[in-house]
Design a protein around this ligand. Structure first.
Ligand SMILES: [Zn+2]
Length: 68
């Protein structure tokens, strides 16, 4: 009995962060990144970028005044 049929060959993709080889398979929790570190780096960059965008509250949309 072989279980190889249930585990197809993993795809190797390029890690968006370091450009290295990354295993694109369920076993790779950090896919498409190669490691947790790379994922965190990219996630951090994306989060900070997003945060900057969302950090701009629109005063015109003051339906509920915070002052007073
Ligand atoms: Zn990487």
């Amino acid at each position: 009995m072989t279980t190889e049929t249930s585990s197809p060959a993993p795809r190797i993709v390029r890690c968006p962060t370091c450009g290295g080889d990354s295993v694109f398979a369920p076993q790779n929790t950090w896919r498409p990144f190669c490691s947790e570190r790379c994922r965190m780096i990219d996630l951090g960059a994306w989060a900070s970028e997003s945060f900057r965008v969302e950090a701009h509250p629109e005063p015109d949309e003051g339906d509920e005044p915070k002052e007073n």
